[in-house]
Design a protein around this ligand. Structure first.
Ligand SMILES: [Ca+2]
Ligand SMILES: [Ca+2]
Length: 167
């Protein structure tokens, strides 16, 4: 491709003299085909950003630092991502296998006590909670994953978090 372009640029000043309109049109078409092929090859290369992990078409970021729930949420949004929302048992198992400490998730009942929703407003599978949770002990309005299942905690707790985005 590079050689082809170099050649094209080198001969450009002489094109008007040496090529007929038909030949120019053929060259333009060939060039368009070459660019189209190149573009489709580049667009086929899709992968998660460095430091993110891929699972079933999504990219996950497991933080090293610790923040409260709101600050963790803002971090994810600034990465074109969201605090992770766990929709399937497979996803819960995967995330649980990746962490050994509690992590914030995109889950809260801040809008309406005991009405737990993921950040996209979808509801939570009851079986995902740890036994006895959510218990709102002392006022807990944010969701975390701990010991492979969900728990409610105070939103002000600073701890690690997980972001997700579609691949
Ligand atoms: Ca609560
Ligand atoms: Ca709790």
């Amino acid at each position: 491709m590079g050689c082809f372009l170099n050649t094209l640029f080198a001969i450009t000043p002489f094109i008007d003299y040496f090529l007929t309109d038909v030949q120019i049109w053929t060259d333009v078409q060939n060039l368009e085909k070459a660019f189209s092929s190149l573009r489709s090859q580049v667009c086929d290369i899709r992968s998660c950003p460095c430091d993110w992990k891929e699972f079933r078409g999504k990219c996950y970021y497991f933080s090293k630092g610790e923040r409260d729930w709101q600050k963790a949420k803002e971090f994810c949004n600034n990465q074109d991502a969201v605090l992770a929302m766990v929709k399937t048992q497979q996803e819960l198992n995967y995330i649980g296998s990746q962490v050994s400490t509690a992590h914030h998730l995109g889950l809260s009942d801040q809008e309406s006590e005991s009405n737990w929703k993921w950040l996209d407003e979808s509801s939570v599978a009851g079986s995902f909670w740890n036994p006895g949770e959510p218990n709102n002990a002392g006022e807990e309005d944010c969701g975390e994953i701990t010991a492979g299942k969900l728990n409610d905690i105070p939103c002000s707790i600073k701890q690690r978090w997980i972001c997700e985005k579609t691949l």
